[in-house]
Design a protein around this ligand. Structure first.
Ligand code: ADE
Length: 417
């Protein structure tokens, strides 16, 4: 039933999944409990996630809980084919091929939905969107779902605001143990890793322009600075811009940054951030990378129009566009999520927490399915705190507890000056 690139890659995938597992102790503890309690026995789960070694560990955890899971890719360029092969070999229905075209991408989503899921797991809300647009007959069977990323949560909130959302979804992205770590340290490290792998360019002393200073942008800016780059931040939100200023970054409009930047990273979650008017101002040799979920942040159409010929692929994920005056602009990973297109995504140590939230939230949805309404739910605080506690324990870090006197003080309003 599966559709993958090459089943002979399974052994290599298995080894890499084992390597990631070594950094995912929280998920391992949850898996141990799931194996004993089987809280998802017989539950059908459709997952549309990046097919990586970390996702494989999540899928195995859900399978250990008794669920039958089918998996497809949440981005055409993020699949690790060896991981898909290993999962398939383990009996997980997997529909994902790195570099698949748009039709195949949506065909794979359809194949996963043929499982007639009771729970959906999304990263970017494409599967939820297909269910709500094309497979409405299935909606009544779905108990609930989870969403992994900021972009997906924005789409779901828009659906909920228009009363279009037909089943409950937990916004895993908004858990503290997700966005404070995965979005910041995960995106920060993996994005710089991807730019370095893709280009092998020295970043020290270079001007790196980070478009967007949300949690992901903060991570990218911090890691770029750590590599010795001069970091410029562009923002539309005054508070975020002010934070970037006080963090010591130069903040300016993109029309000014466009003239001086050497590497540009978009990480806003919005479309058309780098547009024709910016491309026209860029220096020869400017490198463009997108670390936002969808490939809409850099206007690839404008780049193609400005270029005198189709792009030339100079390295595996580097396309060179030559403009009429001879300037070259380099686009990484076709403008798709660079950390997964040109590297391996976030390191396992942060995905451990994100996916622990995912696993526990799926269990929560299954347990509370009769009480939930069709809206976006936050991750329950007890799950978020439990993930933090388990991670600290795995890291051998102890913390203090409040004394009864301190607890009483925090509950009182009478004590003061
Ligand atoms: N999103 C970002 N990094 C990821 C990873 N390593 N696995 C799954 N999803 C991701």
């Amino acid at each position: 039933m599966s559709d993958i690139k090459d089943e002979r890659l399974a052994e290599r995938g298995r080894e890499r999944i084992e390597w990631a597992a070594g950094e995912m102790p929280v998920l391992a503890q949850i898996r141990e409990r799931f194996e004993k309690e089987r809280p998802l026995a017989g539950v059908r789960i459709a997952a549309c996630l990046h097919v990586t070694t970390e996702t494989a560990n999540l899928v195995r955890t859900l399978a250990a809980a008794g669920a039958s899971v089918a998996l497809c890719a949440s981005n055409p360029l993020s699949t690790q084919d060896d991981v898909a092969a290993a999962l398939c070999d383990d009996g997980i229905e997997t529909f994902a091929i790195r570099g698949e075209d748009t039709d195949t991408f949506f065909r794979h989503i359809a194949s996963v939905l043929d499982l007639r899921p009771q729970v959906t797991m999304d990263d970017g809300a494409d599967m939820v969107s297909v269910l709500h647009r094309q497979r409405t007959d299935q909606l009544a069977e779905v108990w609930g779902g989870t969403e992994e990323t900021t972009t997906g949560v924005i789409r779901l909130r828009a659906m909920a605001a228009e009363q279009a959302l037909r089943y409950p979804i937990v916004s895993v992205n908004d858990a503290d143990t997700k966005h404070l770590f995965d979005n910041r340290y995960g995106t920060g490290q993996s994005t710089m890793d991807a730019i370095m792998r893709a280009t092998n360019r020295l970043l020290a002393g270079r001007i790196v322009v980070v478009c967007g200073y949300g949690m992901c942008g903060r991570g990218v800016a911090a890691r770029a600075r750590g590599l010795g780059a001069q970091v410029v931040v562009t923002e539309v939100d005054p508070t975020a811009a002010l934070e970037a200023v006080m963090e010591g970054y130069r903040v300016m409009p993109l029309r000014d940054a466009a003239r001086i930047g050497e590497v540009f990273v978009t990480v806003t979650g919005d479309r058309s951030v780098i547009r024709r008017e910016h491309l026209e101002l860029m220096r020869d040799g400017a490198i463009l990378a997108n670390a936002g979920h969808f490939d809409v942040e850099i206007d690839k159409g404008a780049l193609a129009q400005l270029a005198t010929a189709p792009p030339r692929r100079l390295r595996e994920v580097v396309d060179a566009y030559t403009l009429a005056d001879g300037r070259r602009i380099y686009l990484l990973g076709e403008g798709r999520l660079v950390n997964l297109a040109a590297a391996e995504g976030h390191p396992a140590a942060v995905m451990d927490m994100s996916f622990a939230n995912q696993a526990l939230c799926v269990e929560w949805v299954a347990r509370h399915r009769d009480e939930l309404e069709p809206r976006v739910y936050p991750v329950p605080t007890e799950i978020d705190k439990e993930v933090a506690r388990l991670k600290l324990r795995a890291m051998d870090v102890e913390i203090d507890t409040l004394t009864p006197e301190q607890e009483a003080y925090l509950r009182s309003w009478e004590e003061g000056t």
